[in-house]
Unconditional design. Structure first.
Length: 521
């Protein structure tokens, strides 16, 4: 049994502490932020603990000393002054229009008004906000703490509606624009979101805003480090290992492979996705939890419409640090949004060029991302896609190459070649890449490269399958390339059966036209 309850879905610091849920102590980081700055912005993917971070800050600034008993901050803080805290949480609502956002802001201001017995004769939301800040500060003699959670939710949800997106952007700019003229009445500001819309007033007007999203000092502020995992979840790791009939070391390696691998600065400290870790320990099962909490349909639509080369996320996309977090609001940047949303992450830092290499963070994200992209690309449903991959695996496991190739031929034939930006070769390559990469969940698979080396390789416990693909050339030519280049030689000393498969794609007919196979003796 767990020695502490796991706080799955609980974002209230007070609830966690009062009801003895497990809390990974982040208060030393929080204390350093409070002591060294005043106005912060932090971007992190969803389900990464941003709301819990703000809730912790709220409890601190409300002077709730008892909640921090035994934590790192207790040894550092002496005053425990209670400040007025204005908390703006933009979650929990769908935003399609400016009116939706107005309704939410009015509701949040109403809560503040009732909590602090405030009044304003102003009509506009921003002037009411300004009055409240000045009123409570003058009345109490203490400056105001402003905490903003998911500020960008209204903007992300209206991205495909330019008019309403601009309307929401204008409203947020005017509303948070009052923070700068009210600076004398402000004690602390902390804003969180997934992405940074630079033209929102909170960024363009507040010149002193400290964006710590890529700062080494904030890298471990959200999420779970390897050290924190081992210190806080040892009992959970042992139970998970027992339930899955593996050793503790194997269990830790699986956790790293599936849920670790996020990096948020050039220091490259490994960060686990906290939601997936908690769910894994709760269910004692290695699932795909983070991805199941939200499907990025808008992102997939943009990837498809813009003909983006999704192979890049496997080999790595290089991006300058100066532009990675500063989103251009004039142009849609799919790489920036995918990074800030958590679908790709920093994997390396080029010191000379001051740039990052971005890739998938872990297997949970990679396989989930591609398994959803495949049916989106194919205009099929998720269930059909999952069935295809399982059947491909069974064919490989049973050494049934004809069934495997007929299935692949059927999928390629069903691709809707409707996008003028794409070529049939491009779609053919994507289908092969997706199928073979997704097979990697169950086998050792190298996806299609088209770079003069083995196109695809699938290895099971008994067999090795080497694929070579040609466009508008014969399958025999593809098979000859395997033999000429000796792709099979590294497996000659094993006891595994090696099967070589040459495949031809006809770009004019847009079909997989033929294949030929032979076993290596």
């Amino acid at each position: 049994m767990f020695s502490r309850k796991l706080p799955i879905g609980i974002q209230s610091f007070e609830d966690i502490r009062k009801n003895n849920y497990l809390y990974v102590d982040k208060t030393s980081y929080i204390y350093n932020l409070i002591q060294t700055g005043k106005v912060y912005f932090l971007s992190r993917p969803r389900r990464f603990g941003k709301s819990l971070l703000l809730s912790t800050l709220k409890s601190f600034f409300l002077g709730k000393k008892d909640l921090f008993s035994g934590l790192s901050i207790q040894k550092k803080e002496n005053s425990w002054i209670e400040y007025p805290v204005f908390y703006f949480d933009f979650g929990g609502k769908e935003y399609r229009t400016r009116e939706d956002l107005e309704e939410k802001i009015r509701s949040l201001l109403k809560n503040i008004k009732e909590n602090y017995n405030l009044n304003s004769t102003e009509k506009s939301l921003e002037l009411i906000f300004s009055d409240y800040i000045k009123d409570i500060s003058i009345r109490t003699g203490k400056n105001v703490v402003v905490l903003v959670d998911e500020y960008d939710k209204p903007l992300l949800e209206t991205l495909d509606n330019k008019i309403e997106n601009e309307n929401c952007r204008s409203l947020l700019s005017a509303f948070f624009g009052v923070l700068k003229p009210c600076d004398d009445y402000i004690r602390f500001v902390f804003v969180t979101g997934v992405t940074k819309f630079s033209k929102v007033s909170i960024f363009s007007d507040l010149n002193q805003l400290n964006d710590i999203s890529l700062s080494p000092s904030a890298e471990s502020l959200c999420g779970i480090t390897q050290k924190e995992l081992l210190e806080n979840f040892n009992d959970s790791i042992l139970e998970l290992a027992r339930e899955n009939s593996i050793t503790k070391e194997e269990c830790i390696n699986l956790l790293q492979s599936k849920y670790d691998g996020y990096h948020f600065s050039k220091n490259l400290i490994d960060i686990y996705n906290p939601y997936s870790i908690l769910k894994t320990f709760s269910d004692n099962f290695f699932g795909t939890y983070w991805f199941e909490t939200g499907t990025p349909t808008f992102l997939f639509r943009q990837l498809e419409q813009n003909n983006f080369n999704i192979y890049n996320f496997t080999k790595g996309v290089e991006y300058s640090i100066s532009t990675l977090m500063n989103k251009s609001d004039a142009d849609f940047d799919i790489v920036q949004l995918l990074f800030q949303s958590g679908y790709i992450t920093i994997k390396d830092w080029n010191k000379e060029l001051n740039s990052f290499i971005l890739k998938y963070p872990n297997t949970e994200v990679e396989y989930s991302f591609l398994s959803i992209f495949l049916p989106t690309f194919m205009k099929q449903n998720q269930q059909t896609s999952d069935f295809w991959i399982r059947e491909f695996y069974r064919d490989i496991k049973d050494n049934n190459i004809n069934s495997f190739m007929n299935r692949l031929k059927s999928i390629i034939a069903s691709v809707p070649y409707a996008c003028e930006k794409r070529t049939s070769e491009h779609d053919f390559q994507i289908v092969v890449y997706l199928v073979f990469t997704l097979l990697g969940q169950f086998t050792i698979a190298e996806s299609y490269t088209n770079k003069g080396r083995i196109d695809c390789l699938v290895e099971t416990d008994k067999s090795v399958f080497i694929f070579e693909f040609k466009v508008d050339e014969s399958a025999l030519e593809a098979l000859k390339q395997i033999n000429t280049n000796g792709y099979y030689e590294k497996y000659s000393s094993t006891n595994k059966q090696v099967v070589k498969i040459g495949v031809s794609f006809d770009s004019s007919k847009k079909i997989l036209s033929e294949w030929i196979s032979e076993k290596q003796i």
